[in-house]
Design a protein around this ligand. Structure first.
Ligand code: MTE
Ligand code: MOS
Length: 800
């Protein structure tokens, strides 16, 4: 292979239960020379990750005189603050200052969508249990933590609305406008359908559980300058919020982030609170200040994935063809809007998953509650819409007695026909059917299904189930203006290259992919291309690294910057060595200038002496997209990413426990930029999705206090919960038909949806209890309790 990306993606080897790829060709140790580079270049920080030397915010050398900030949190879900006595806090040992809303020089407002409904520190009202009211600034974290407990706050309690049912009963106040998407006449469609049914599906929320909690470090500079290192997915927004809170222009505030220890959407907007509080402390004391949240405080303070209740009404025929779908998708949004508007919108955008609904009406209900402000989380509402879509499929399958896979295949989007989404975008690239069929063949879905069903008859306590579900996921921010990116590339005289771009690294491998683009274009080895921390001082006005579009957007911006530099070097070389510009090519063995091969550093030194600029910014904006929420019409997505998963589970009817026996995934990453990283994304996303739907459960008590606020009470998947057999493959020879960076496809979020196959496999196992007659209507998370309750409902009564 002659460059880091051009090689065709070969078949990706199956993995055995140990998780080791058989025959995988991952690169060997040492710098990878372009001449022998693999497209599966290892993560730029892999060695640092595993040796513990990668620097996160709390690992940075501490500036002299550093202060520590700890928040004081509300202990009521909804209350007026009658009085606040912080004298004991101020008098506690080590305390330097106590911050309240009154200390904020600028605006006490950090709503990421400009709604003015999110004070940084509560004023006279608290809206959830865990809301920051004040912050202690002390010489040590321990001193600040001890002092925070000494506050005496008097509250007048107000009625608290904690969940979707309570919110509806109280009149259904919304944090954002409801969205409606319609096509055709749904009521007429339902009335005319030969068969019809309705139901409801509930799915829980999810804690992000990034390994690195929320953290920020602020350092004051001259004349109002403020530098903030923040574990944020959105440095530009963090910069704006700090500027807003301190009341100064953006040019005085710089935000920087080398990497996050995971974000998963939880640091898209909610990193702003620690950044603003650290900056406020730094501003008022003139000293550097750090806020690194304790895990319990992090879980109690910050928003999570939205839990949803979806009501559906579906019309269909005896062949399992869906004719009309009417759905209301209600979400618990928490106390402020945060990103709940776009999240609930995206749930609607995915309530069709891969299926064509002839007549359709979809409505969102973003409900306000006195709980944490729910936020972005891998898939951004999409997975919730897809869970609803797949429940509808399952209902139709049980009603008609068909294999759910056949119902899926009968309803999947076509090409040129049955291809219009509920938001009036034509699906031009539907490959969901092919992927499902190929996967079903490769993993022998039909034979295994028949065998499992037969075996279940003789198995009193252990029942097995299998399901194969697809994903179609829309790629682009639905806020069209977000679909832009910038980059800044420097070539130094010694021929080494520094790449900077607007995206952030959170473990997903974005920086590695950006390095690969520069390597390929300049013909350089990986040790000649250095990625630098993301900073608003180098690339301004960036979008959050989110919506899976980090590589799509920033990759094109990096390419633009690199090509501008190459154009200048090419013109220089052509003139200097007297050849045609077409005779200058940047290859792994050096720069070919006609017949001569010039080492890259020789070219850059010569170009410098000739006064050629070797630095450039780059820019990109996604073409073709538009979306109007008022009409519910447009082309919000540049393209779709596809995939399918087949899961086989065993459930224990005595304990309710589930074991994932086998999972096969076939996923479409276009022409993958880095197959090893993309497979890692698919594996991780699947496990996270399965965790959401089977074991992660958030519990609030009647006072609105989150009781699952630490790993002791909140269970995330462990290594031992991975499927016993786990085969992940990338769809081969599948370049993106749109002109994306080297024809790749976004991969960060879509495979999260593969966890849905596990929910449906459990449901299939449960259905065996009444000989597959009724749809189990299994809600999520399918914890042992939920499984036992559902089994109880399905099991024929003894003697009855
Ligand atoms: N992978 C890791 N390891 N850590 C993360 O925090 N976040 C996910 C996904 N994969 C995440 C991850 C989410 S929510 C998104 S939107 C994408 O990565 C963002 O990165 P990308 O756009 O570069 O794919
Ligand atoms: Mo991802 S939820 O878009 O940060």
């Amino acid at each position: 292979m002659s460059d880091p990306m051009s090689a065709e993606s070969g078949p990706v080897p199956a993995r055995d239960a140990s998780g080791l790829a058989r025959g995988a060709s991952l690169p060997a140790d040492g710098p990878i020379v372009a001449g022998g580079a693999s497209r599966s270049l290892r993560h730029e920080s892999a060695a640092m990750h595993v040796s513990g030397s990668a620097t996160y915010i709390d690992d940075m050398p501490e500036p002299k005189g550093l202060l520590h900030v700890v928040p004081g949190l509300s202990t009521r879900a909804h209350a007026r603050i009658l009085s606040m006595d912080l004298d004991a806090v101020r008098a506690a040992p080590g305390v330097v200052r106590v911050l309240t809303a009154a200390d904020i020089p600028g605006h006490n407002q950090i709503s990421p969508v400009g709604k003015n409904d999110e004070p940084l520190l509560a004023e006279d009202l608290v809206s959830y249990y865990g809301q920051p009211i004040f912050a202690v600034v002390a010489e040590t974290r321990a001193a600040a933590r001890r002092a925070a407990r000494l506050a005496r706050i008097e509250y007048e309690e107000l009625p608290a609305i904690l969940d979707i049912a309570q919110a509806r009963a109280a009149g259904g106040a919304l944090v954002w406008r409801a969205l409606e998407m319609t096509r055709g006449d749904v009521l007429a469609g339902l009335a005319a359908a030969p068969r019809r049914l309705s139901g409801q599906v509930t799915m829980g929320g999810q804690e992000h559980f990034y390994l690195e909690g929320q953290a920020a470090l602020a350092q004051p500079g001259e004349e109002g300058e403020m530098r903030v290192w923040s574990s944020t997915q959105h440095p530009t927004e963090t910069q704006h919020m700090v500027a807003h809170v301190l009341d100064r222009p953006s040019n005085l505030v710089t935000t920087e982030i080398r990497r996050m220890g995971g974000g998963f959407g939880g640091k898209e907007s909610q990193a702003n609170t620690p950044a603003c509080l650290a900056a406020l402390a730094a501003e008022l004391t003139g000293r550097a200040a750090k806020m690194r949240l304790d895990r319990d405080d992090d879980m109690v303070m910050t928003g999570k994935r939205h839990d949803f209740v979806v009501e559906y009404d579906v019309g269909f025929d005896d062949d399992g063809r869906i004719l009309a779908v009417d759905m209301v998708l209600a979400a618990r949004c928490g106390w402020s809007a945060d990103l709940s508007g776009p999240v609930t919108d995206r749930a609607l955008f995915h309530a069709d998953n891969a299926y064509y609904y002839p007549d359709v009406r979809l409505r969102s209900e973003p409900l306000k509650t006195n709980t944490q402000s729910n936020t972005a989380y891998r898939g951004f509402g999409g997975p919730q819409g897809i869970v609803a879509a797949e429940r509808v499929i399952e209902e139709v399958a049980f009603a008609t007695g068909l294999d759910p896979l056949d119902v899926r295949l009968r309803n999947v989007y076509g090409t040129g026909t049955r291809d219009l989404t509920p938001y009036h975008m034509t699906v031009e690239d539907s490959i969901a059917a092919e992927i499902m069929e190929q996967l079903a063949r490769d993993c022998a879905y039909r034979d295994r299904r028949a065998a499992l069903r037969a075996a279940n008859r003789d198995s009193p306590f252990v029942r097995r189930g299998i399901a194969l579900t697809p994903v179609k996921f829309g790629i682009s921010f639905t806020a069209t203006h977000y679909n832009q990116a910038g980059a800044l590339v420097h070539v130094y005289t010694d021929g080494s290259v520094q790449v900077n771009h607007g995206g952030t690294e959170m473990g997903q491998g974005l920086h590695t992919k950006m390095v690969q683009i520069a390597m390929r274009e300049f013909g350089l080895a990986s040790d000649r291309v250095r990625i630098t921390a993301t900073t608003t001082g180098k690339v301004p006005n960036t979008s959050a690294t989110a919506a899976s579009s980090g590589a799509d957007l920033n990759g094109m911006a990096v390419l633009d910057a690199v090509r501008r530099i190459k154009d200048r070097l090419t013109a220089f070389a052509a003139g200097h060595w007297n050849v045609a510009p077409e005779a200058v090519r940047f290859l792994p063995d050096g720069v070919h200038v006609g017949e001569t091969i010039v080492p890259f550093p020789d070219l850059t030194r010569a170009a410098y002496l000739a006064r050629v600029s070797m630095s450039s910014s780059g820019f990109y904006k996604t073409p073709k997209i538009s979306w109007n929420p008022d009409t519910g019409r447009g082309r919000p997505f540049y393209y779709f990413a596809y995939g399918a998963a087949c899961a086989e589970v065993a459930i224990d009817l005595l304990t309710g426990e589930t074991r994932i026996e086998r999972v096969d995934i076939l996923h479409d990453a276009g022409r993958s930029l880095n197959p090893a990283i993309d497979i890692g994304q698919i594996e991780g996303a699947f496990v996270q999705g399965a965790g959401w739907l089977t074991m992660e459960e958030l519990v609030w008590d009647s006072a609105g206090r989150l009781r699952t606020h630490a790993p002791s009470t909140y269970k995330i998947p462990a290594c031992s919960d991975r499927p016993r057999i786990f085969n992940v493959a990338l769809l081969e020879a599948a370049p993106n038909r749109e002109d994306t960076i080297f024809r790749s496809k976004a991969v960060g979020e879509p495979p999260f949806v593969h966890g849905v196959a596990v929910l449906h496999a459990i449901s299939d196992a449960l259905a065996s209890l009444d000989s597959y007659r009724t749809c189990p209507r299994l809600d999520a998370p399918a914890t042992p309790e939920t499984i036992l309750r559902t089994a109880e409902r399905l099991r024929p009564r003894a003697g009855g």
